[in-house]
Structure formats: C-alpha cells, structure tokens
Ligand binder design. Structure first.
Ligand code: GCO
Length: 496
C-alpha cells in the first residue's frame, strides 16, 4: 500500500454550519430563518425535528473549539447565522459578538477560521418579501456581509460568500425538498440568478473591508457519467445534468455568462430573465479560491433504446448530494418536481455501488473527475486554488457501551478513499489546496433531521456529549502525517 504525501501547505480542516449545530435559536435577539419556519411544516423534516437546540454549540462553543484542537484540526469552516447577525433587517451586536468570540477562541487555539457568510439559513422575514426570488435580497446580503466583515475582517483570513447556491435555488425553490419549500422552476432559476448576484455583491464588500482576506464561493458539483459513453443520447443527458447543476453557476462566475445550451434547456423556466447586463461583471469578479462540496456522482441515460436493465425514471430521480436522498425522501420524490430543471427525458441509472445511509452511491473516482474537470474547464492557466470544502458520509453508526463508534469500515473508509481521490486529482494536474471533512460532529441534517449522522465526532442527542469516532482519530493521523495510505474502492466487492 503506497503512502501518498500531500504538499506541505495543504490545508486540512473540518466543516459545520450555523443552523445545523448552534441551537440557541431564540437567544440574544436571533429571529427565525427559513429553516425554523420550514421545520414547522408537518412532514417537511424527518421526525419533526428542528434546529432549536441542535448540538447546543451556541452554549458549548469553547469546549467544541478545544475538541477541534485536541483532534489536531487546524482549519475550521463554519457559517454565520444571518438571523442572528441582522434579525429583521437591523444589525444585532449581540448576535455578531458570538462569532467574534468564536473567532478569538479559534485563533487562540491555533485554528484558522474559514467563514461562510450564508449556509442556507436566510432570515424568514426576508423570505416573506420574496427571498432569493427577488433582486433586493442580493443587496440585503451585501449589507449582512458588511456587518460581518467589518467586525471580523481584522481576524478572519478566508471568507466564503455562499454555500451551495444550487441547493438553495433548486432544492429550496424548484423541488421544495428544502426550505423555503417552494416548487417552481421559474422561481428556482430566478433564485439562482439572485444568489449569483449576491455572491458578486458580497465579494465587493469583502474586497473593500478586508482587502487582504481571501474570498471565494462554495459550490456542490456532481459528475454525471453517461450510461454508454459512446451513445450520443447518453452523452447529451450527462451534459444536461452537469449543466443544470455545475455549469449554470460556474460559467457566470468564471466566464461572465450563462452557458448557451443551458439558457436553452432552461428557457421554459426563464433562466436569466431577471438578469441585468452589469450583473455579470459583478458575478464574475475574480475570486481567490473556489470551494467544492462533493458527496457523489451519478450515471444517466438519454432518451432512446437501451438494453440495460434497471433504469431510473423521472419518478425516482435521486435527489443529489448535499441533500436528502434517503429512501423516505425518494418516495416523497414522486410528489415533488425534479430539481434538475430542463433535464426532462434524462433517466438516472443507479450503479452497482455501495451506498451510504443517505442512499448516495460511493465511488471516490468521481471526485477526482470533478476536480480535474473543474481545473481544466474553469481555472485558467494560473489555476485558481480549489478546496474540497466538504466531503463525508452518513452511516448508521453502531455505538458501544462507552458511546464509542467504530466507523473504520464505513465513514473512515469513505473518507480515506476520497482523500486518495483528491491526491489523484492533484497528480492529474488539479490545483487542490485543501480538504475539509463534513462534518466535525453529528448535526441537524436538514430534511433528514437528526437521523443522518455525518460527524467524525458523535453527538449523543440525549446528553449532548461529544465522543470522537474512529474516523476522527484516523483524520487526526492524516493531518499529523500530511499523508495517507492509499485507499481505493474494492472493485471486487463493488462488482459482487
Ligand atoms: C450541504 C451542506 C451540508 C450538508 C451535507 C450533507 O451542502 O448539503 O453544506 O450542510 O449537511 O452536505 O448533506
């Protein structure tokens, strides 16, 4: 087994998000976000769960930071709650102060903060005025960015504007799987544009207020593998799916326009109808890095005759990585429109691969493909630094009498194979400078509530105790060594 070493400057970290861990939802002036409101809708979240308490990080922040330090985690990606910082449109110093204390605590512990301004938790008061569907929200995001960067820009060196605009637009407004639970292709494409504009305006504020900070966005990319790589209809299906998830954001950001084929495939929904010409200059302003969240790829087929069995249909389009494709959610999928606007006729064809507890396929080589493609198609000769800003897996953990989870055969293996895939991408020429595991600890997994556990640290939701799993020890070791024993999917077990 070869040992794969990473460059000396490679960044290792762990990620979380405000609504998923903080709790304290009514404290110090915080008001509802769209996820507080969505969680109240019967059936929207598994088990009727919400983020009112979550991991109670709001009250346990110093000990959580101490645990990060104990685990040797040297970079921490977290997000700021807009509803805490600017509830109902007015700055709230008490809310912002929490993040100031968090940043101080991290720096004191020798941990570099990576701050995501918004990770899905739009204030509900803004949603009531149109949310991400209306252009005004991009301006409001810029105001929120100003508050955060003015206060923390002296200490935070890395800012991320938005997390996964695809999920926010297409799961939140297109399919209704996620808050705010709306299901309209037209609203989804409008939201996509407003999110892009918000990113651009946020970036402007970061540049003004913290000129030496590094800034970027985080997108969740998929890799669509054509069922038959030689079949033009399958190639077309793959192009459409990657277009509907990846290129619809990457092209405006890196090239200053929507891709022409996607303008066409999403014409019925009206992609770009609310765009103004100057938007694209704002959206495509240079960034210092791009973050990629990756969980899984997929296999797709186009219309036309195939002899292969077991093809998916529109009704079982898997909800993609970064959301809620468990079997329960998939059965609800029949009632919800596909988030893949403009891909009518495409069939998702499950591959004979292992699955996580989210029902997501496990195939780490897709991560290598995603990173190398991103590098080749978008990053230009200079090669913008790419960070894997989230990667990890939910499994049904088995807890021993001491509360310990030995996840070496599941989550740890998933992580090891994907870190190996990152190394392969670097060897393939992609400029990948870091890897953040999702997640530091088990947390509120959106529509799945608390039943999907992604943490390398277990959270006992009765006592709120944190207990590192085997994967946490493994990840610490990888960080210390700055290397990994090569770990590849066992093709034999995949094929059997
Ligand atoms: C996401 C998020 C995380 C999720 C993770 C697992 O992007 O979907 O950034 O909040 O919890 O992806 O689904």
């Amino acid at each position: 087994m070869a040992t794969l070493s990473f460059p000396p400057s490679f960044v290792w970290g762990a990620a979380t998000a405000a609504y998923q861990i903080e709790g304290g939802h009514r404290e110090d002036g915080r008001t509802d976000s769209i996820w507080d409101a969505f969680a109240k809708v019967p059936g929207a979240v598994s088990g009727g769960a919400d983020g009112a308490i979550a991991c109670d990080h709001y009250h346990r922040m110093p000990t959580d930071v101490a645990l990060l330090k104990d685990l040797g985690i040297t970079n921490y990606r977290f997000s700021t709650s807009w509803s805490r910082v600017r509830p109902d449109g007015l700055p709230n110093p008490r809310g912002l102060d929490f993040y100031s204390r968090l940043v101080d605590e991290l720096l004191e512990a020798g941990i570099t903060p990576w701050l995501t301004l918004e990770h899905w938790d739009l204030p509900q008061s803004i949603e009531q005025r149109g949310g991400w569907r209306v252009r005004e929200t991009a301006q409001l995001f810029a105001d929120f960015t100003t508050d955060v960067v003015a206060k923390l820009g002296d200490r935070v060196s890395h800012f991320i504007t938005l997390n996964e605009p695809w999920c926010q637009a297409f799961l939140g407004y297109g399919s209704g799987y996620h808050a705010p639970g709306r299901a309209s292709a037209a609203e989804a494409v409008d939201a996509a544009h407003v999110l892009l504009l918000a990113h651009g305006l946020g970036l402007e504020r970061i540049r003004e207020l913290a000129p030496s900070a590094k800034a970027g966005i985080v997108v969740n990319l998929t890799v669509a593998n054509p069922l038959d790589p030689q079949n033009p209809a399958d190639q077309e299906a793959a192009r459409l799916v990657e277009g509907a998830q990846n290129r619809v954001f990457l092209d405006p950001i890196f090239k200053g326009s929507y891709p022409s084929d996607i303008l066409e495939s999403m014409a019925g929904a009206g992609l770009g109808r609310i765009a103004q010409p100057e938007d694209f200059r704002i959206i495509s302003a240079p960034m210092d890095f791009i973050g990629v969240n990756f969980y899984n790829g997929c296999q797709v087929a186009g219309a036309g005759a195939h002899t292969q069995p077991s093809e998916g249909t529109a009704a079982n389009v898997p909800t993609p990585a970064g959301n809620d494709a468990t079997s329960e959610a998939t059965s609800q999928a029949t009632a919800k429109p596909s988030p893949y606007v403009g891909t009518e006729g495409v069939r998702w064809v499950p591959r004979a691969l292992p699955h996580t507890a989210m029902d997501w396929e496990v195939w780490a080589p897709d991560l290598t493909t995603a990173l190398v493609n991103l590098h080749e198609e978008y990053s230009g000769p200079a090669g913008i630094p790419i960070y894997v800003s989230e990667n990890g897996a939910a499994y049904d953990d088995v807890v021993d009498d001491h509360g310990f989870v030995d996840d070496s055969g599941t989550r740890q293996r998933y992580i090891a194979e994907h870190i190996t895939a990152v190394h392969d991408a670097i060897e393939g020429g992609a400029n990948v400078d870091g890897y953040f595991v999702w997640s530091f600890m088990d947390n509120f997994e959106w529509s799945q509530g608390y039943r999907a556990r992604f943490g390398v640290v277990r959270v006992d939701y009765d006592t709120l105790e944190r207990i590192p799993k085997a994967s946490a020890g493994f990840f610490s070791e990888v960080i210390t060594q700055n290397s990994i024993s090569e770990s590849r999917p066992d093709l034999q077990s995949v094929l059997n």
